[in-house]
Design a protein around this ligand. Sequence first.
Ligand code: VGL
Ligand code: ZN
Length: 207
Amino acid sequence: MKRLPPIGENDLLLVIDLQNDFCAGGALAVPGADEVVPTVNRLAEDFAHVALTQDWHPPGHRSFASSHPGRRPFESVRLDYGEQTLWPDHCVQNSHGAELHPALDIPHAELILRKGYRAEVDSYSAFHENDRCTPTGLAGYLRERGLRRLFLAGLATDYCVHYTALDARLAGFETLLLRQASRAIDRDGSLAAALQAMRAAGVKILD
Ligand code: VGL
Ligand code: ZN
């Protein structure tokens, strides 16, 4: 990995959705996901400030294919807030799959932000739900604490990391993606499209 710039008091490592269901054996396993855990643990040692996100859906969530009779995972449907990809049931509140990866070892993490907990709305981004108008409160939390530069790691590069990075830029944060500490679902060119969109939005990609 390209060397990190010097890390200071205004920097935050934001670890996205490193949860059992996105790792080997999980409901929506992302290829290579488990490999990033030791990388993230090591990176976190360099940061005074770390926050984690946790995908956290109620049973029967609108993003689950099982909530749409006749539909299958990875198909797309039109919901009142726009296009929504359908997923296998995953990260159901209080389930084993929703737990953070057991090898994730960041005792000094200061915040665990849950998202996607409203039954009718998905939330890829850690800043805004997929309706694009419901904030999670993360921007206010970061601003109030003087955290201005965000380093992103975790899952999945082309979904939750991607949308979090774009929203971080919209909210005015300097944003860097730690690509070696992130893995993608990568269906139908989604990784290439996500990287292009992130670059265009001014996200710096460290790889
Ligand atoms: C994610 C699909 C559905 C992610 C979460 O963490 O990237 N992807 N829910
Ligand atoms: Zn989800």
